[in-house]
Write a protein that binds this ligand. Sequence first.
Ligand SMILES: NC(=O)c1ccc[n+]([C@@H]2O[C@H](COP(=O)([O-])OP(=O)(O)OC[C@H]3O[C@@H](n4cnc5c(N)ncnc54)[C@H](O)[C@@H]3O)[C@@H](O)[C@H]2O)c1
Length: 335
Amino acid sequence: MKLKMSDYEIIVEKNSIRGLSKHIKSFYTYDDLFIVTDENVDELYHDFIKSVLNEFHLHIVVIKAGEQSKTIATYLDVISQLMDKGIKRNHLILALGGGVVGDLTGFVAATLYRGLPYIQIPTTLLSQVDSSIGSKVGIDLPKGKNLVGAFYHPKLVIIDPVFLDTLSKREYNQGVAEMIKAGLIANKELFNFFKDTKRVTTKEILMAIEVKRTVVLKDPFDQKERMLLNFGHTFGHAIEKKFKYQTYKHGEAISYGMLIALEIGIKKGLTPKHLYESIRHTLEMNGLIKKPYFKIEDLKEDIKTDKKFTAEAFHFICLSDIGQGVVTQIKVGEL
Ligand SMILES: NC(=O)c1ccc[n+]([C@@H]2O[C@H](COP(=O)([O-])OP(=O)(O)OC[C@H]3O[C@@H](n4cnc5c(N)ncnc54)[C@H](O)[C@@H]3O)[C@@H](O)[C@H]2O)c1
């Protein structure tokens, strides 16, 4: 299945990675190809990728796995390694890995020689349904996550669920959390899928991508509709930060954040009370939350450091129903 973005395509299909060479050759005439990946993905897929791309001369840069690599230091190191390997303007870079590799490599591609073509090949569920869609690339600073970056379109995104077979359960669940969120804000059928614990298929991946694709096309630069994607994220980010990004993974943190957003919505009269139990149960069953849950009071001070926060009021996403996210304004005093 091919999905159209403004000027590139997203291919979502099992085993689509096997057609990668053909796709590259449709627009690229050089023999040299540059790949950035992380150590885990390299260990698992090095030989496979070499066989898929055997018509090219590959130059592979391997970074350490995890958020610790989304830094200026790794950014400079990747650029230096790519230059040592002979990368020139118009050479193509492949980002093969999860959201960390995708964000960092996209930022390298956006900035090296003022922009090189690149392809996103997301290999985690979270990166397949979320970070590889929407062209946001960037790195973290000591002052906070994703503070330096750009909007930079890839030439192509290839989403192959085959990569998910090697993902740990916990990493897989982080993608499930974003898919549940996508279902809650815009697709009831997608949310309902997670009421039993089944493995996701291409169909659900497509549904989640469609939710993100639709808002990104309406709001490419994150000024308005894209805010909906932040359901659960205001308090989720506060939880991640409070625990120094160690205790809770992103999907877990936003799951607690979604519960708090439901409580706030109920308090404001926007969210029907009965939604809470069904969503709570679904998040718990998918291994994303466990008791005791966070209370608003525990996090009130922490959300003030959220970059979306302004002194008087801030945008906050609530649900008016399953599949119906709404943007509202909240005053700190209301919490
Ligand atoms: N650009 C965006 O719009 C956007 C949106 C959401 C998240 N993000 C970013 O995405 C990042 C998180 O992405 P992530 O959750 O993919 O994390 P990640 O890239 O750190 O990957 C998680 C772990 O899975 C491993 N891994 C990757 N693919 C694998 C596979 N197929 N089999 C086995 N192990 C595999 C990685 O080595 C890593 O250890 C964060 O930095 C976040 O800020 C960006």
